[in-house]
Design a protein around this ligand. Sequence first.
Ligand SMILES: [Mn+2]
Length: 364
Amino acid sequence: MLLIEPLFDGPVDIVGDIHGEIDALEDLLDHLGYDPDGRHDDGRRLAFVGDLTDRGPNSPAVLRKVMRLVEAGRAQCIIGNHELNLLRGELKDGNDWWIAPQDPIPGNSMQPVTPEDKPRLTEFLKSLPLALERQDLRVVHACWNEAAFTLLRDTAPANATLLETYDSSVAKLQKRWSNPVLAARIKREWYEFAPLHKDPVSQPPLQPTIAQMDREFQMSNPISVLTSGEETETRTPFWAGGKWRMVERVRWWERYDDPVPVIIGHYWRRYNDARAVYRDKYGPDLFADIEMHNCMGPRHNVYCVDFSVGGRYAQRAADEPFHMCRLAAVRVPEWQVMFDHGESLNIEGTFDAIAGGAVRKNGN
Ligand SMILES: [Mn+2]
């Protein structure tokens, strides 16, 4: 398993979650100054934060493109929770193009993966590390968590694959939750709650044991923590992705007190006035007081570069303008964010000067 790989030296452009939006990717790379083969006149290179696929129209094209750039040494890519689902063969909302390509859902216009492509794309997914790091910068899909890295270093066999390590963590939890007392409690809550399972307007009360189990499955699995973040029991269950959620995402960056800046994706940050569009998709808005150009955390050095291009498919289907769902990249050492339509903004935060990057403070 590849845990943390060295991030490229020199100027890099770190691209957020793409979710199958090949046109947005081509546009963004063009605005960043890359030719179609990923060459840049100034020798800049790319890093992708994961979640290349699902929901959007052409995940195979995005995977093939990023794979080609990585093979040519012009890009690096880490694994996101969506790639992990593909490797696990787990059917989730928006990934049937991979799991069941021969059996497209009616009305679904996603390009399916071909039998020729799937084996080599699988090998590519298996080759992705969990994180990238250099002296002045860290990149991970959802959450930089030293305890999770330490646990993986200390307990995962060196020759185990990411998938094997993930599965062994899940197996441990399944064993714990098959304890008769816990299992009986879960069963009782499950039946009480059963009439509301499929009803998005029912608003069930919190089921405490189910919530505890969900939190443990997330938080005791170091690969889940790194690729989909920290979670805790929610007060009021919310409907998302076709089911009632008992756990919500945590602003882990509020406890990130390390001087090395971190770039993440994953969290559906909203571009401009798009706040309302995906409100409550994953519970409380984690970016309620954070402007597009702001970093997070006590040191103002954590930046999320996912600007919700993964919502574009839904707006396209509803015939709405999708300018609110953007693909973005962070340019380092400039610390600018650039969007797929060519707009760029200076990011305000505290960045290490090691790489010659600007140090900008946002005033508090
Ligand atoms: Mn994600």
